[in-house]
Design a protein around this ligand. Structure first.
Ligand code: AHG
Ligand code: MN
Ligand code: MN
Ligand code: MN
Length: 338
């Protein structure tokens, strides 16, 4: 028998989410159920993905999404699964996805619920065809409108309003990591019993950074501040020990490693793309919240990601996230040189 904790206490995700309700005396269980719906969607995505080559779901759909990207078959599959597992439950008022130009209303026959769900159904989809890391990212808010279908205003909240955020990594194992503002907790899927079990309780980003993670192929286009910062990570003029570089090209996987090992992930703006590539609402904000909950920090280079009020659903932002000391250092280099 393989038990996930040294104490022998087995905590399923369902039990863990229920236990965190103690922090919310007025809790009705709706959030618990919504998180559980997402975990279930994650299990379905993981199961489909493990058969990808056999089930012929590799490759492109032939469509281009609102981001101007080729939509992969698994992008669409993951998006459909999350929609079907959450939209008709009466728990959400409206959804928004990286793959949809507009907000996604709940079906007419469903009474809109109290939560707003924003998600990146499949992050890192350029990795799909190569069996490399991918994941799902989600953010949950309370609605700000009082009744009827949720609106785009419900979706454009700052990260300081988040009720919960999390991600699922489909890697060596499938992991579900989430926070409701009381620490960050990680669960590993045991596919033989179909349950996520608590394996990483109260994750804290280690203070000593190990890795940096960025697409150095873009460095000729970076600002002086970002280039100087990167030089410092390489050890500068021999003053410091250089960090090792890791870059999967799936934000959620690069973030997961950064969270567990310590270090920094960054995707800065550059000459061609001043706002960089990553999406504020589906990617930067939820991961920034998780980082802060784990004792880290996330910035756009000038200010905390969680302080930015999104103006548009698909708005992009530069992102620096990870160990606080490194993210603050990036801000300092940018302030000095740019
Ligand atoms: P998505 O697959 O959801 O569109 O996100 C892709 C993003 C992100 O996961 C990753 O960090 C980044 O694209 C990689 O971009 P580059 O290929 O430009 O490095
Ligand atoms: Mn995409
Ligand atoms: Mn993404
Ligand atoms: Mn995506």
């Amino acid at each position: 028998l393989i038990l996930p904790s040294k104490s022998g206490r087995v905590v399923t995700i369902e039990r863990h989410i229920l236990e965190t309700q103690k922090y919310y005396p007025q809790a009705t269980g709706v959030l618990t159920n919504l998180l559980y719906d997402i975990a279930l969607a994650g299990k379905m995505i993981a199961s489909q993905m493990s058969l990808a080559g056999l089930a012929q779901v590799l490759g492109k759909t032939g469509d281009v999404n609102v981001q101007g990207e080729q939509v992969m078959k698994l992008d669409r599959l993951a998006d459909d699964i999350i929609y079907h597992m959450t939209a008709t439950t009466g728990r959400v008022a409206v959804l928004a996805s990286e793959e949809h130009e507009e907000i996604i209303p709940v079906p007419e026959q469903t009474t809109p619920g109290k939560y707003i769900l924003m998600f990146d159904p499949l992050d890192g989809s350029s990795n799909i065809d190569y069996d490399a890391g991918v994941g799902t990212i989600f953010a949950i808010y309370n609605r700000v409108t009082s009744e009827g279908p949720g609106t785009v205003d419900d979706c454009l909240q700052t990260g300081r309003n988040l009720v919960a955020a999390g991600y699922i990594v489909y890697g060596v194992s499938t992991m579900f990591v989430y926070t409701t503002g009381h620490g960050v907790h990680g669960f590993t899927l045991d596919p033989s019993i179909g349950e996520f079990l608590l394996t990483h309780e109260n994750i804290r980003i280690p203070p000593e950074p190990v890795y940096y993670s960025t697409n150095t192929g873009n460095q000729e286009k970076w600002s002086k501040g970002v280039r100087e910062f990167t030089k410092a990570l390489h050890g500068g003029n021999g003053k410091a020990k250089p960090l090792s570089m890791r870059y999967v090209g799936a934000l959620v996987v690069d973030f997961h490693r950064t969270l567990l090992a310590g270090g920094i992930f960054y995707y800065p703006g550059d000459k061609g793309k001043p706002q960089g590539k990553l999406r504020l609402t589906y990617e930067a904000i939820p991961l920034a919240y998780i980082a802060e909950q784990a004792g880290g920090y996330a910035s756009d280079g000038c200010q905390a990601i969680l302080d930015i009020r999104p103006q548009q659903l698909h708005q992009r932002t530069p992102l620096f996230v990870g160990s606080s000391s490194l993210v603050r250092a990036a801000e300092a280099y940018i302030a000095k040189y740019d």
